[in-house]
Design a protein. Structure first.
Length: 288
């Protein structure tokens, strides 16, 4: 307790508008006091300035200005994007201009989404992932698909799956018979897994991936807007679409893969949102 308290006080000495002090009380005798970092730039900037040069590279360091601001890189930082090893000819990207996954439209969207999944599966049988923003939304869509298309086999991610259950869920993609696997966006099955070839031939993404509009994210939005003038984009839009790109990216893992992605929400057609998706997905766009 003593050492933890001393460490906390040292951290508190650097407290500023880049951090948030949060007190939570879950019940009697269950309270926590934490300092959370919101903007890592203040801690990283001096490290970058002390170096003769710095090179950062990743498949997800885009858009560059977003990472420059949050990581504290110099204003004159240069950005470049290398060509993807994959091409738009490998991927068929489809939109749904008549379906909205906004909170107010969730109930009405379940039936059309189930019809879409069933239609795609019947056109090309195989393994698919269907991503949703919550377990509740996921279960509603799964139930609708079971009701109207019992011929479409499916599997469902459950909350709190054990390591063994996760392995069994992934093992299903190696079976010869295809199925639709329902999963939560941002969870263990939306990034960090490789399903090349026929293990995964398509994905449905029924969400914009936006973080919850709760008090914590609203504080973050206010801080980022005050500092960078882009509170909504930096808090909600860019992180959400990065999760979309990660999840849909499970479909194409090698230069030989062929697949389909359904982006289920009318907002995906907005130029601002489409412009934040990987450029190689679209034949009309080329990477710089």
């Amino acid at each position: 307790m003593l050492f933890e308290s001393v460490a906390f006080m040292k951290l508190a000495d650097s407290f500023g508008d880049h951090s948030l002090c949060e007190f939570r009380r879950a019940g009697r005798g269950r309270a926590s006091l934490s300092i959370q970092n919101l903007v890592p730039a203040d801690f990283l900037r001096d490290r970058f300035q002390a170096a003769a040069s710095v090179l950062l590279f990743s498949a997800t360091l885009s858009p560059g200005v977003y990472y420059r601001d949050l990581l504290g890189l110099p204003e004159d930082s240069r950005f470049t994007s290398l060509p993807s090893p994959f091409s738009a000819e490998q991927l068929q990207v489809n939109f749904t201009p008549k379906i909205s996954t906004r909170q107010a439209h969730r109930e009405a969207s379940v039936q059309p989404i189930a019809e879409l999944i069933a239609q795609q599966y019947r056109e090309r049988r195989g393994h698919y992932l269907a991503f949703f923003s919550s377990f509740k939304y996921l279960n509603e869509a799964s139930a609708a698909l079971e009701s109207q298309a019992p011929d479409v086999p499916q599997r469902v991610q459950h909350s709190g799956m054990s390591p063994q259950q996760r392995r069994e869920f992934l093992a299903g993609f190696r079976e010869e018979s295809g199925s639709v696997a329902f999963a939560v966006l941002g969870g263990v099955f939306s990034e960090g897994i490789d399903l090349p070839g026929e293990q995964l031939i398509g994905a449905f993404v029924a969400t914009l991936g936006l973080p919850p509009f709760d008090a914590w994210h609203e504080i973050l939005k206010h801080r980022l807007h005050k500092r960078f003038g882009a509170g909504y984009d930096y808090t909600y839009l860019i992180p959400g679409l990065q999760k979309i790109a990660q999840a849909a990216g499970r479909v194409i893992r090698t230069p030989e893969d062929q697949g389909v992605i359904w982006l289920i929400d009318d907002r995906f057609l907005q130029p601002q949102i489409r412009g934040l998706l990987p450029g190689w997905w679209f034949k009309t766009e080329t990477a710089e």
